[in-house]
Design a protein around this ligand. Structure first.
Ligand code: DQA
Length: 160
């Protein structure tokens, strides 16, 4: 099973930007930890970061037929992007959105969320640990999908 991790604008600045909000960890360190978790749990994982909305839409579309689950932090686009929301909805791949900070406790404009309604779940406010929680959540979703597929195969075989 393959997971795509998609990171939005300014997340390449983690470790530099507003450390009092986002902490000192760099994006590469977060990804290294996710890769370890994936390896330990027989998941394939790929990472993508862009500051451009259209590139994020393209990446989500490329996931169609290639990827079993998406972990996305759309960053500032979370609050504005109908295009990213529609892309997630279009590909129909289970998606978990992550926010390092608790967007509900910040400025009012961060309470607007275009992405959450098309995601399986949202993880907010845990700092970089939220990405680890998202990997655990995705593992659970993948296991449930596998079990459902096996059940379906057994039912089909029993009918034949
Ligand atoms: C963020 C929250 C967004 O509001 C903000 O624009 C970001 C990061 C987070 O991870 O907490 O860039 O998505």
């Amino acid at each position: 099973m393959k997971i795509a991790v998609i990171q939005g604008p300014n997340l390449n600045m983690l470790g530099v930007r507003e450390q009092q909000i986002y902490g000192p960890m760099k994006l590469e360190q977060i990804h290294a930890q996710m890769k370890d978790f994936a390896g330990q749990n027989k998941l394939e994982v790929e990472f993508f970061q862009s500051n451009l909305e259209g590139e994020i839409v393209d990446k989500i579309q490329e996931c169609y037929g290639e990827v079993d689950g998406i972990i996305i932090n759309a960053a500032a686009y979370t609050h504005t992007s109908i295009a990213i929301r529609d892309a997630i909805s279009a590909v129909g791949i289970p998606a978990i959105e992550v926010h390092i900070s608790n967007i509900h406790r910040r400025e009012d404009f961060r309470k607007e969320n275009m992405i959450a309604p098309v995601c399986t779940s949202s993880i907010v406010g845990f700092g970089p640990f939220g990405y680890h929680l998202a990997m655990m959540g995705m593992l659970q979703i993948m296991n449930e999908m596998k079990a459902a597929q096996e059940m379906q195969t057994q039912t089909t075989q029993a009918v034949e």
